[in-house]
Design a binder for this molecule. Structure first.
Ligand SMILES: Cc1cc2nc3c(=O)[nH]c(=O)nc-3n(C[C@H](O)[C@H](O)[C@H](O)COP(=O)(O)OP(=O)(O)OC[C@H]3O[C@@H](n4cnc5c(N)ncnc54)[C@H](O)[C@@H]3O)c2cc1C
Length: 409
């Protein structure tokens, strides 16, 4: 058995998932988080069926379902012409125990998992501890951590980088992060005033297309959330001005009502995938390895899928029942493929359907989506992909390298 714990850098949703699974299998973990508390930002708020299935063996799903809200439909609308496509999760009822999107904030998930980790003797969590550098050798990794008391060094057989989109670990590895960043920023606002009183038959998940100002509307347990673009020439402080936010929401919902705001964030949207997901004994996981548009709720979900895949491999590596290089090669190959062929493809399709400016192209994208929704076989395939069930069935999750060939290449 290894002496030193596995080090996880970053206690976001992906880091805590890895810590949860590894420690539940008897592997000691040392989790460093640069902030002084777990991240309480709402951020992502969707758990797809494929993710709930993967989390089943952790026993976390029941609590998430209790604290979340089931969204049974996804709608695609045009801001001027109204509804043009609707997908009902009931079509997945023979495919999964979870034929819905579970709306539950990422902050709730981190809190639930963190409460478990706090009580687990094999988990050591250090806050105000930022991983700033590392040195790899044949036997392990020396990790340098900045703490309020100064720099400290730790040894680990493997360093798992779950330090988010701006990952220090990815940069220190010198791994490329190819892709693009959208020109406009996006603003996310949460309010306690229900939106379904302004738009009839509004589902809990809505993509609303418009050439100038598309909208994404989402219900979470405590609020309704709306996401809209902020043009490049508008400064952050102007976009975040309360009057501007109220005016945008009032125009979007065609009302003069005041919206009590419970959250607002402005952020950049990227579509980027790391050139490789590991180098020797240092592995990239979640946002550190890939970033995508939030249209589809795939960022958090694909990060949790990475964590489940990698933890299955790390358990075999820890138990020395496998070849570590083969496992990590497979992790990198399969999870990169999922990031590019599933997550990127789905989130780009959703994003372009929303924001296409060319009238003819917009009409075509909307017709394609309407045709898809009206064709039961294709609609079901699209839903299996969107719910992240297809990627698991087709690419596997943490399959031993010897069995991976039975999955689609
Ligand atoms: C405003 C916003 C809204 C979003 N909305 C959605 C959405 O609706 N749907 C969706 O699917 N996704 C959404 N996302 C993306 C989603 O939040 C991420 O995919 C998800 O958080 C990835 O989890 P992670 O654990 O990989 O990274 P993170 O959540 O970024 O966690 C990384 C953690 O590492 C810590 N850290 C960073 N550097 C270091 C270091 N050097 N040492 C130690 N600790 C470190 C950070 O403090 C943080 O706690 C949104 C993101 C943002 C910013």
């Amino acid at each position: 058995m290894e002496k030193d714990p596995i080090i996880i850098a970053g206690a976001g949703p992906v880091g805590v998932t890895l810590a949860e699974i590894l420690s539940s299998k008897g592997i000691p973990v040392l989790l460093f988080e640069k902030n002084d508390v777990p991240n309480r930002e709402w951020r992502a708020s969707t758990f797809h069926a494929g993710t709930l299935e993967l989390l089943e063996e952790t026993g976390l799903v029941e609590e998430l379902i209790q604290r979340g809200l089931k969204a049974d439909k996804v709608q695609y609308r045009d801001r001027k012409n109204g509804l043009f496509a609707e997908f009902d999760f009931a079509m997945l009822k023979d495919e999964t125990k979870y034929p819905y999107r579970l709306q539950c904030s990422q902050a709730t998930y981190v809190e639930v998992v963190f409460e478990r980790l706090r009580k687990r003797p094999l988990v050591d969590i250090r806050f105000e501890s930022e991983v700033v550098d590392f040195i790899q050798d044949d036997n392990g990794v020396t990790v340098i951590v900045k703490t309020p008391k100064g720099k400290e060094t730790y040894r680990t057989p493997y360093l798992l980088g779950t330090d988010g989109g701006r990952s220090t670990i990815r940069k220190k590895l010198g791994v490329t992060f190819e892709g693009y960043t959208h020109e406009e920023r996006w603003m996310l606002v949460g309010t306690t005033r229900p939106f379904d009183q302004y738009i009839s038959d509004l589902a809990y998940v809505n993509y609303i297309a418009d050439p100038k100002e598309f909208l994404f509307i989402l219900r979470v347990p405590d609020a309704w959330r709306i996401l809209f673009p902020v043009p490049p020439h508008v400064k952050d402080e102007d976009a975040l001005n309360e009057d501007t936010i109220q005016r945008t929401m009032q125009e979007a919902l065609n009302t003069k009502d005041y919206f009590p705001i419970v959250e607002n964030t402005i952020y950049k949207i990227h579509q980027r995938v790391a050139g490789k997901f590991y180098e020797n004994r240092v592995v990239l996981v979640g946002d550190a390895a890939h970033l995508n548009s939030p249209m589809g709720g795939l960022g958090l979900n694909s990060g949790i899928h990475d964590a489940v895949d990698l933890s299955k491999r790390m358990i075999r590596i820890w138990e020395r029942t496998t070849n570590a290089k083969d496992e990590l090669d497979m992790y990198s190959t399969v999870r990169r493929k999922v990031a590019i062929n599933y997550v990127k493809e789905i989130s780009e399709k959703n994003t372009s359907t929303l924001k296409e400016e060319n009238q003819e192209q917009r009409a075509k994208l909307q017709k394609d989506m309407a045709d898809l929704a009206n064709d039961p076989i294709r609609a079901k395939q699209w839903m299996l992909r969107s719910a992240m069930i297809a990627s698991v069935r087709e690419q596997g999750i943490g399959e031993p390298p010897s069995r991976q060939t039975s999955f689609q290449s």
